[in-house]
Write a new protein. Structure first.
Length: 349
C-alpha cells in the first residue's frame, strides 16, 4: 500500500485542533440549568482533566473523553498517541484507568480501511501496556480522520488530585519536555530533520502512570496534564484567580532540536490562538528571550507531561521520588505558586 501521510488529511494536529480557550468559554456559557448530583465531585466548573463521581465507600469513578485529528503521518503511531493522551486525564487525577471505548471518525471515501485498522491497533497496544480493557466504541464517516478514547478509571478519593488545589509557595514540576507542537508542525510541513524523526512520538507515547504513584503523597496539592492550551494555558487553569505563578525560564525542559524550528518560525497556528487568549496575563522578567518564550509557552502539547504543584517543605523527598521512578531529568522545579499579583504568570530567568 502506498505510504499515506495522515497529517495531509487534517486541518489541525493533535491537541492543536482544540477549540481556542476563549471560544470554548463562550460555548460553555448557558442559562439552561443542568441536572446535578451531590455525588458529582468534579464537573465543568473547575476545568479539570476529567469528571469524578462518588461511588461511595471512599471510591470515585473518573470519566473522560479525548480525541483529535492526526498529529503524525503514521497511522499506528497516531493510534498510540491518541490512546496515551486520553489515558493521561485519569492519571493526572491520581486514578487508575480500567476501561476505554474508541471514538473513530474516518473518511472512508478518501482513505483505505487498513489505515483505520492500524490506528485501532496502535490504541490496542497502548491499552494492553496500561492493562486497560478496550471494550468497544463508536465510529462515523467524517471528512477528516479523528481518533481518541472515552476512558473510565477509579481512584481512592483521599488520593484524588484536582487541578485547582494549589497553595501559595508550592513548587511546580513538569514530567515531559515542551516542544511537541513545534515538531509536529515541522512534520506536517515536510521540514522535520531526519535526526528529529520519532523524537516527538517517543514522548507522546510515554504513559503518565507516575500520576498514580505521586497522588498518594499529601505533599502533592494539585496535578494536571499539559495538552492543547500549552504550559501557560494549563498553568492558568491551576492558579485561577486566587494566585499567580512564577516560571523559571532556564529550568523549563525543551525537546532537543526545537530551537532550530523556532528560528525558522515553524509555529503551530494554535500557538497564536492560545496567545491571543491569555498573552495579556503574562509578564516577562529581565533577560528572558521573549520571542522564544512566546513560541514555547503557548505551544500546544499533545500527550504532554504532568504539571505538579508540590508543598515546598517536601522538595527533597519529592525530587528523590521522581529520581527513583526514572524522572531524574525533571527533578527540578520549573516555578512556584505566589500570592496574587498584577499578572497571572511572571517569567523570570
Amino acid at each position: 500500500m502506498e505510504k499515506i501521510k495522515l497529517t495531509e488529511f487534517a486541518h489541525g494536529a493533535g491537541c492543536g485542533c482544540k477549540i481556542a480557550p476563549q471560544v470554548l468559554q463562550s460555548i460553555l456559557q448557558t442559562d439552561v440549568p443542568s441536572f446535578s448530583s451531590e455525588r458529582l465531585i468534579v464537573g465543568n466548573e473547575s476545568k479539570d482533566d476529567a469528571a469524578v463521581y462518588d461511588l461511595g465507600e471512599g471510591r470515585g469513578l473518573i470519566s473522560t473523553t479525548d480525541f483529535f485529528t492526526p498529529i503524525v503521518n503514521d497511522a499506528y503511531d497516531f493510534g498510540r498517541i491518541a490512546a496515551t493522551n486520553a489515558l493521561s486525564d485519569v492519571y493526572a487525577m491520581g486514578g487508575r484507568p480500567f476501561m476505554a471505548l474508541a471514538v473513530l471518525g474516518f473518511p472512508v471515501d478518501k482513505l483505505p480501511v487498513e489505515i483505520a485498522q492500524q490506528i485501532l491497533n496502535g490504541a490496542r497496544a497502548v491499552c494492553n501496556e496500561a492493562k486497560v480493557v478496550l471494550a468497544g466504541g463508536h465510529s462515523i464517516d467524517s471528512p477528516e480522520p479523528i481518533f481518541g478514547l472515552s476512558v473510565n478509571g477509579e481512584v481512592d478519593l483521599k488520593h484524588l488530585k484536582k487541578n485547582n488545589a494549589v497553595q501559595e509557595g508550592d513548587l511546580l514540576y513538569l514530567t515531559k519536555p515542551l516542544g511537541v507542537g513545534i515538531l509536529a508542525t515541522a512534520e506536517k510541513r515536510g521540514v522535520l530533520k531526519e535526526e528529529h524523526i520519532g523524537v516527538a512520538v517517543k514522548y507522546m507515547t510515554e504513559l503518565n502512570q507516575i500520576g498514580m504513584q505521586l497522588a498518594t503523597s499529601n505533599a502533592v496539592h494539585a496535578m494536571t496534564d499539559v495538552t492543547g492550551f500549552g504550559l501557560a494555558g494549563h498553568l492558568l487553569e491551576m492558579i485561577g484567580t486566587d494566585f499567580s505563578a512564577e516560571l523559571y525560564w532556564n529550568h523549563l525542559p525543551f525537546i532537543d532540536g526545537v530551537k532550530h524550528y523556532i528560528e525558522a518560525n515553524i509555529i503551530p497556528d494554535a500557538t497564536y490562538r492560545n496567545w491571543n487568549a491569555y498573552g495579556s496575563e503574562i509578564e516577562w522578567g529581565a533577560g528572558v528571550p521573549v520571542m522564544d518564550a512566546f513560541k514555547l509557552l503557548p505551544d500546544p502539547q499533545t500527550s504532554g507531561g504532568l504539571l505538579i504543584a508540590v508543598e515546598s517543605s517536601a522538595q527533597a523527598s519529592f525530587e528523590a521520588l521522581l529520581t527513583e521512578k526514572g524522572y531524574a531529568a525533571f527533578a527540578n522545579p520549573i516555578g512556584r505558586i505566589t500570592s496574587r499579583s498584577a499578572k497571572s504568570i511572571v517569567v523570570n530567568l
